[in-house]
Design a protein around this ligand. Structure first.
Ligand code: HEC
Ligand code: HEC
Ligand code: HEC
Ligand code: HEC
Length: 321
């Protein structure tokens, strides 16, 4: 039987990581050769598919088109202004003490709440947890339901007068209390307001327990290799294959924050990107690839864009479970 598979490839398959032709040994039985060819091409196709969906779907940031645009979010419809960033950032006079700049030029008054924290007999990071810290504090300045959505340091225009005249939800599910202007939990199944009891939420503000918990040994390879960034106060990107170091565009990558200098901490924004398109629940892109885990069949770039946790790939990006 004539082997025709190779004729579909005018040149030899290229290894995507080395850019060198894949070495195919000569000789041997035709059937074996056939199988080997199929195997090689299959492998190349698999790697290509993996690389393609991991590189083509990063960073679909568009805060204006998300629920974090409080002036167009139909559950809030803030009145009197059209600005988007002002609910979180200000160009001048912002808070500098929120996460050492990880929540940059922050324009919100912070919550004074004391939180009930996550705990469990398995929780190795527990020793490093105090109260929510870092960029999580920025998220909780809306999501614990104790700070008015328009409790800002600087309003738009000169003189910083509160020009947010009110809100007028159009969807029938107001997210903000009429008098306090704090976020409320209005849907039985939804929880955009986490409250101050965080014991039933994924833990935050703890160091990734690299030395004690083997389920993180793979992401910890990258953390160790990237420790200079953490020491320099920069975020470190997380990947079980350890290949996220020094990537050019980190906006959508799962990450650790240097909440405590030089240490890799999990915060709300490790998993969530506040500027992401809302259809993805502000989730960052999973960092799993086919080199560490067989990817579930049928998961495509398009599916991952509408459900970033398809196949639980977001969870599996950190947990070796
Ligand atoms: C709902 C709150 C919220 C809104 C609205 C918001 N941001 Fe942010 N932004 C954050 C938080 C929280 C962080 C820190 C976490 C992070 O880096 O992802 C951040 C980080 C940033 C950063 C630094 C990190 C990076 O990716 O470079 C920039 C720049 C930024 N925001 C710009 C903007 C601009 C411009 C707008 C308006 C078009 C905006 N943000 C609207 C919450 C918000
Ligand atoms: C950015 C990395 C990261 C991602 C993504 C992530 N986790 Fe975690 N998770 C952690 C760390 C770190 C801990 C703390 C483990 C410890 O200290 O014992 C943790 C703790 C937990 C715990 C509690 C373990 C205990 O010992 O009490 C559970 C359960 C859990 N995660 C489930 C999930 C699920 C489900 C997802 C996906 C929705 C997820 N995680 C996504 C990093 C992550
Ligand atoms: C300015 C206040 C504000 C801040 C700060 C803020 N959020 Fe939100 N967030 C909202 C509002 C308002 C909604 C939409 C509520 C609704 O309409 O259901 C929302 C929705 C969400 C949702 C649900 C999205 C969906 O499609 O269901 C997530 C997840 C979320 N925020 C995470 C975060 C995280 C993580 C941070 C910090 C990095 C953060 N938010 C900071 C106000 C805020
Ligand atoms: C380990 C990853 C991880 C961390 C850390 C994390 N989240 Fe989430 N969060 C998720 C995932 C995954 C979902 C989506 C759950 C779903 O689709 O049912 C989610 C959902 C949400 C939602 C609800 C969206 C909705 O409408 O149902 C809100 C609000 C939210 N997160 C806010 C936060 C805040 C605030 C923090 C920090 C205190 C935080 N998250 C920390 C992974 C995380």
């Amino acid at each position: 039987m004539k082997i025709i598979i190779r004729s579909k490839y005018p040149t030899r398959p290229i290894n995507q990581f080395t850019n060198l032709p894949i070495n195919q040994t000569k000789g041997g039985e035709k059937k074996m050769k056939h199988l080997r060819t199929i195997f090689t091409l299959g492998g190349v196709a698999f790697i290509l598919a993996t690389v393609a969906f991991l590189t083509n779907t990063w960073a679909t940031e568009d805060v204006r088109n998300s629920k974090h645009n409080l002036t167009t979010n139909p559950d809030i419809m803030a009145q009197g202004i059209t600005e988007v960033c002002v609910f979180c950032h200000t160009p001048h006079g912002g808070l500098t003490n929120v996460a050492g700049g990880a929540a940059p030029i922050w324009n919100r008054n912070l919550s004074a709440a004391t939180y009930t924290l996550y705990d469990s007999p398995n929780f190795d990071g527990k020793a490093t947890v105090t109260q929510p810290q870092g960029v999580s504090v920025a998220c909780l300045s809306c999501h614990d339901g104790t700070v008015a959505f328009d409790s800002l340091l600087n309003f738009s225009g000169s003189g910083s007068t509160n020009n947010i005249t009110g809100f007028s939800p159009t969807s029938g599910t107001p997210r903000v209390d009429t008098t306090t202007r704090m976020m409320i939990n209005s849907g039985a199944q939804e929880y955009p307001m986490l409250g101050t009891n965080l014991s039933n939420d994924h833990p935050v503000s703890m160091e990734i327990p690299c030395t004690t918990d083997p389920q993180f040994s793979q992401i910890c390879v990258g953390i160790a290799a990237d420790s200079a960034r953490l020491l320099a106060g920069k975020v470190s990107y997380l990947s079980r294959s350890g290949d996220f170091i020094l990537i050019p565009d980190g906006r959508d990558r799962i990450r650790a924050y240097p909440t405590v200098a030089g240490k890799a901490y999990i915060e709300c924004a490790s998993c969530h990107n506040p500027h992401e398109n809302t259809s993805t629940r502000f989730l960052r892109h999973p960092s799993i690839d086919g080199t560490v885990l067989p990817l579930p069949s049928g998961i495509t770039a398009a599916q991952l864009n509408s459900d970033r946790n398809a196949g639980s790939l977001l969870c599996l990006s950190c947990h070796q479970k």
